[in-house]
Design a protein around this ligand. Structure first.
Ligand code: BT5
Length: 330
C-alpha cells in the first residue's frame, strides 16, 4: 500500500457512508481517475468498498491483512510496531529484519509478510508460509545483556504470543511447549525463531521471528498430524491485525520486564502454569543425544528440567522435545 492509497483509506475510514471521488481528489491534490485506481488497489488488497456513481465511495469492510494501517490502532506500545515494514511476499521476515538492523533500524521495528518463500525454522528447517491466512513477523531487539541470556528471549516471546492469543482467542486452549512452540490440543499453532548477532561479551542485535497459523482451514499434508490453525481450533476467522497488535503489546511489556528484572523471574510463573510439558513423559533431543524422562519445569535461567527413570535431574539448554504417549513413560 503506497502513501496515497493509505491516505485514501484513512479518509474513507473517517468519512461517513460515502465520500465522493471529487472530494477525495481535492483533499489529496489528485484526479478522480487517480482516486479510482487507488480504490481499485484497496479492493484488491481485501477492503470492501462500495461505489455509487452519484455518491462516491464507501468503506464497508476492512481487510484482514496485517498492513501497518490496520495494526497500528491495536497498539498500546511505546516503540514495538511503531515502524511496520509490510510485504506481500518475501523470502523471510527474519532475513529482512536483519538487513534493516544493519542499516540502523530502531529497536521495536517489525517486518511482517503475507507470504514467505523461504520461511525458516530452527537449525535450517523450513517454516510453511502460505499467503492470505497467517502471521509471519520479526521484531528487532537490541538488548544490552550478556550473550548467554539471549536464548531466554524465545521463552519471553512464547509467553507474549500465548498472552496475545489469550486476548484474541480466549476460547482456544493454547499451551506453551519449551522452548519455542505454542500448541493447541498437542498440535503446533505457532513457532518462534530467535536469531542473534553476538560478540563474546556483547549482543549486537536479536531478531525474534514469530509464525502463527491463523485462518487456514487446513495445514500442509506433511504437517497434518503435528500442526493446526486457530481457525481449525476455534471455528472462526481471527483478525490478523488485532492478533499481531496484541502480541506486540505483550512482547514489549514482557521484554521490558525481562530487561528490568535482569532475569526470567517475571515470566517463570506464567510459563509454568501454561506449560504443555510439565509432568508429561518426553523425549528430548539435542546435539549430545536423546534423553527420555518426565518434564519437571524450567530453571530460573530457562533450562528445561527432565527427571530420568533413575531419578536424575537433567537440565537442557537447547533442543527439541517430543511429548510421548503416557504408556511410553515407563
Ligand atoms: C520454529 O522452528 O518453530 C520457528 C518458526 C519461526 C517462523 C517465523 S515466521 C516469521 C519469521 N521469519 C522466518 O523466516 N521465520 C520466522 P522449529 O522449532 O525448528 O520448527 C520447524 C518445524 O515445524 C518444521 O520442521 C516442521 O516440522 C514444522 N512446521 C513447519 N511449518 C509449520 C507451520 N506453518 N505450522 C506448524 N508447524 C510447522
Amino acid at each position: 500500500m503506497n502513501e496515497t492509497t493509505g491516505q485514501i483509506l484513512a479518509l474513507l475510514k473517517a468519512g461517513g457512508e460515502y465520500l465522493s471521488g471529487e472530494e477525495i481528489g481535492g483533499k489529496l491534490g489528485i484526479s478522480r481517475s487517480a482516486v479510482w485506481k487507488h480504490v481499485r488497489d484497496l479492493k484488491e488488497a481485501g477492503y470492501g468498498i462500495v461505489s455509487s456513481p452519484r455518491k462516491g465511495y464507501g468503506l464497508r469492510d476492512v481487510a484482514n491483512v496485517p498492513f501497518a494501517a490496520e495494526v497500528t490502532p491495536h497498539l498500546g506500545t511505546a516503540t514495538f510496531g511503531r515502524r511496520i515494514d509490510y510485504h506481500d511476499a518475501i523470502d523471510s521476515t527474519n532475513r529482512v529484519a536483519g538487513d534493516l538492523a544493519r542499516q540502523g533500524a530502531a529497536e521495536g521495528t517489525v517486518v511482517v509478510a503475507d507470504a514467505q518463500s523461504a520461511g525458516r525454522g530452527r537449525m535450517g528447517r523450513r517454516w510453511e508460509s502460505p499467503a492470505g491466512e497467517n502471521l509471519y513477523f520479526s521484531v528487532l531487539l537490541t538488548p544490552n545483556v550478556e550473550p548467554a541470556r539471549v536464548p531466554q528471549l524465545a521463552l519471553v516471546a512464547a509467553v507474549a504470543v500465548h498472552e496475545g492469543l489469550a486476548a484474541c482467542c480466549p476460547e482456544i486452549p493454547a499451551r506453551i511447549k519449551w522452548p519455542n512452540d505454542i500448541l493447541v490440543e498437542g498440535r503446533k499453532v505457532a513457532g518462534i525463531l530467535c536469531e542473534a548477532s553476538l560478540e563474546a561479551d556483547r549482543v549486537h542485535r536479536v531478531v525474534l521471528g514469530i509464525g502463527i497459523n491463523v485462518n487456514g482451514v487446513s495445514v500442509p499434508r506433511a504437517l497434518r498430524a503435528s500442526a493446526t490453525t486457530l481457525r481449525i481450533a476455534g471455528g472462526r476467522e481471527v483478525s490478523r491485525p488485532a492478533l499481531l497488535g496484541a502480541v506486540l503489546n505483550q512482547l514489549e511489556a514482557r521484554y521490558q520486564g525481562w530487561l528490568r528484572d535482569g532475569s526470567l523471574s517475571g515470566i517463570l510463573d506464567y510459563f509454568e502454569r501454561h506449560s504443555a510439558l510439565n509432568g508429561r513423559p518426553v523425549a528430548a533431543e539435542n546435539l549430545s543425544g536423546v534423553v527420555h524422562g518426565t518434564a519437571r519445569g524450567i530453571t530460573p535461567t530457562g533450562e528445561l528440567v527432565i527427571e530420568t527413570a533413575a531419578g536424575a535431574l537433567l537440565q537442557l539448554l537447547a533442543g527439541d522435545v517430543h511429548l510421548l504417549p503416557l504408556k511410553e513413560a515407563q
